[in-house]
Ligand binder design. Structure first.
Ligand SMILES: *[C@@H]1O[C@H](CO)[C@@H](O)[C@H](O)[C@H]1NC(C)=O
Ligand SMILES: *[C@@H]1O[C@H](CO)[C@@H](O)[C@H](O)[C@H]1NC(C)=O
Length: 511
């Protein structure tokens, strides 16, 4: 089975055309798809097939054909899958169904491959291995660790179109052995690994994670921006410092942390462990995917294939930054008298429908809300709720205020009370919803917000003034401001707004 998985990864990279047998469940939002009809090659092939209507969520056989790079992958919502936009990518594929004998002529497509996960078609990741150089590991096991790394590197098939990797050795302090751009093939990396001397010292993993977050994934060190950032931490026993805080910051920067722990604490050693459950406190998600526990150094070789398969399963690297998991979104909601109780409910439903589309947690997207009339009220800040369920209930509980309409003051208030508390590595997105002309000036507050890095969207309903909507919106206005004549038609803009947020996100380097 392991062999088969590796083979499949290679086939996906090399073959211009092949048949994939998709498992059920690829409709899941965690499997990202970029494009419509033509998909960027790091999309999940099976989710793309669902998006095109070729199969449904129960899975099935599809024909995948590689095609040339493309500019302007257009996102859309279709068959329950939301695909994202992307300005350009180096390779694309098409999917076709009806995979009977008559449809398939080419030799390459004669073979069928079972896809165990809703795989992407290549392993383009920026990888950092944190290796344990502490004295406690000993000479012999340090050698086993190097052999393991060497095997991983061989299985990965490092290259500038695929995975790149660097190594950091930690002891008391971490140091970079080589970074992402030092070597571009497996052979050179294996030679370099051979020459790494053990540095000794303690096992300060937390310090090493901070170092990685601050220094390793810099553009100057070869970070490619469009490839997921992955850190694999090798730990003999347990760390000698705390990892929780450093890991949280790394996750917020979009780094996917994996742990490989070897010979963990025995029952009678547990009282020596500084931070209990350090693995769960550090890894990207505590679902088992991001941690491998090996009982003995002498069975470490068995972890090579599972680890390679996981770090290459780019659709499951959920800590990578995406348009859905990396923003602080602040809603600025008009509660003036002209809205009315019923329409106010509709507005809240709109706010909830937008929020629902995001991945919400304290390290992913966070939501905040301000209601305004002539005055302003903080309904809840970004740090108040850390689950989607809690956010949706809080939105439902917002009570209608009723009063005047000072949109300018509301934007200033949101800047200070919401966005001043946004985290530096989050995208600040403000969504202003109003149904009328403001009593005060919106231009200066909006401009100040834009200058502070807030991306502003305006949603105008009924009597809202076009010139104000445009002043509030970030440029280009066409993509950041919306107008709808009736509250009952608000729902039509949910998809468009998400789409625009994602398009804008995808036009930037991702990490
Ligand atoms: C928010 O930031 C601005 C600009 O840095 C500053 O002038 C203002 O005092 C801050 N407000 C709060 C409440 O921190
Ligand atoms: C919100 O979503 C629900 C369920 O899909 C839909 O019935 C409703 O019309 C939507 N409302 C708005 C304002 O988006």
């Amino acid at each position: 089975l392991k062999k088969e998985i590796r083979l499949l990864l290679r086939i996906l990279i090399i073959n211009p055309e092949f048949i994939a047998k998709c498992p059920p469940g690829c409709q899941d939002v965690k499997y990202h798809v970029y494009g419509t009809d033509i998909y960027a090659s790091f999309s999940s092939v099976c989710s793309a097939a669902i998006h095109s209507g070729i199969i449904d969520n129960t899975g099935g056989k599809i024909l995948v054909q590689k095609v040339a790079s493309h500019s302007g992958y257009r996102g859309s919502f279709s068959n329950g899958v939301r695909s994202l936009s992307l300005p350009r990518w180096r390779e694309s594929f098409l999917v076709a169904g009806n995979v009977g004998k008559h449809q398939v002529h080419s030799q390459a497509a004669q073979r069928t491959f079972s896809v165990f996960v809703c795989l992407t078609s290549d392993c383009k990741v920026d990888l950092s291995f944190l290796i344990d150089g502490s004295w406690s590991i000993g000479k012999r096991r340090f050698q086993i660790q190097k052999q393991f790394l060497s095997n991983v590197v061989e299985a990965l098939d490092v290259g500038s179109a695929g995975p790149l990797m660097g190594i950091i050795q930690y002891g008391n302090n971490p140091s970079t052995e080589f970074n992402l751009k030092t070597y571009t093939n497996s052979k050179d990396i294996r030679n370099a690994i051979e020459k790494i001397p053990q540095k000794g010292g303690l096992s300060n993993v937390g310090r090493a994670l901070s170092f990685v977050n601050k220094n390793f994934f810099l553009d100057a060190n070869g970070n490619r921006g469009g490839a997921p950032n992955v850190v694999v931490v090798m730990v003999d026993g347990w760390p000698t410092d705390k990892v929780e805080e450093a890991s949280r910051l790394a996750r917020e920067s979009g780094i996917n942390i994996f742990f490989v722990t070897i010979e963990g604490a025995a029952e009678n050693e547990k009282q020596n462990v500084i931070e209990t459950d350090f693995v769960d406190k550090a890894v990207c998600r505590t679902n088992g995917f991001y941690s491998i526990n090996v009982p003995s150094w002498f069975s470490l070789h068995k972890a090579v294939q599972p680890l390679v398969k996981r770090v290459c399963d780019t659709n499951r690297l959920v800590c990578s930054k995406t348009c859905l998991n990396s923003a602080d979104i602040g809603f600025v909601i008009d509660g003036s008298s002209s809205v009315g109780t019923d329409n106010f409910r509709t507005v809240l439903q709109f706010v909830a429908n937008i929020s629902k589309e995001f991945e919400i947690s304290d390290t992913d997207t966070r939501i905040g809300a301000v209601q305004y009339t002539y005055e302003q009220r903080l309904e809840f800040g970004f740090d108040k709720y850390s689950s989607k369920q809690d956010v949706l209930s809080a939105i439902k509980r917002i009570s209608y205020w009723s009063g005047g309409t000072s949109t300018g003051a509301a934007i200033s208030y949101a800047s200070e009370q919401l966005f001043n508390k946004s985290k530096p590595n989050k995208r600040k997105i403000m969504i202003v919803i109003t149904d009328g002309r403001s009593y005060d000036d919106v231009r200066v507050p909006a401009m100040t917000a834009h200058q502070n890095g807030v991306i502003a969207y305006s949603i105008g309903i009924a009597w809202a003034a076009q010139d104000e909507l445009e002043a509030i919106a970030t440029d280009p206005d066409k993509e950041h401001s919306f107008f709808v004549d009736e509250f009952d038609n608000l729902y039509q803009f949910v998809n468009q707004l998400i789409q625009n947020i994602c398009t804008e996100f995808n036009s930037q380097p991702r990490n």
